[in-house]
Ligand binder design. Structure first.
Ligand SMILES: [Zn+2]
Length: 164
């Protein structure tokens, strides 16, 4: 499997990785991957390595990997900085989003396909479902999506302040 990643996140950055995937950016995140592997994957993909580890930061840089040190940044700050530096889109686009669990692509699915895989109430209430092409997890645009969008509004405000 040779997925081309845009970002590689270290073990401490599970929240950042999850968000990058939701925002459509292909992101490698394996909590048990060692430094060696992270650097290798970043090299192979030409990806940006994100880390909170200064040692890994300088090792990767020495090997010619583009690194961004996100130590001391809150999640919002890290995402705002990623948008400024690498043009990460701070909006959820349901036609271009990835599985937060496994980085697989999500595709639209009809009610009939997800029947039995989501609670009956959900099946009735929603017409749009997204299914992960890799792990099969089913998503639907519920209250969670509204919360995520309002979180992103805060991140955009932060990004706007930062670039002034
Ligand atoms: Zn998945």
């Amino acid at each position: 499997m040779s997925e081309r990643y845009r970002f590689v996140a270290d073990a401490m950055l599970g929240d950042v990785a999850k968000w990058l995937r939701i925002l459509g950016a292909s992101t490698f995140y394996e909590p048990y991957a060692g430094d060696e592997e992270l650097i290798e994957v970043a090299k192979r993909s030409g990806a940006v390595l994100l880390t909170r580890d200064r040692g890994l930061c300088s090792r990767a840089a020495a090997e010619g990997v583009e690194v961004m040190y996100v130590g001391g940044m809150r999640l919002e700050e890290a995402l705002a900085a990623l948008s400024e530096r690498y043009g990460v889109r701070l909006e959820i686009d349901l036609s271009d989003t990835r599985c937060p669990l496994c980085n697989g692509r999500l595709r639209r699915a009809e009610r009939g396909e997800v029947e039995g895989r989501v609670p009956p109430g959900v099946l009735e209430r929603y017409g749009l479902f997204l299914v992960c092409e890799s792990c099969g997890h089913v998503y639907w645009p519920g209250t969670h999506l509204r919360r995520m969008r309002s979180f992103l509004r805060r991140v955009r405000a932060l990004a706007a302040r930062g670039s002034r």
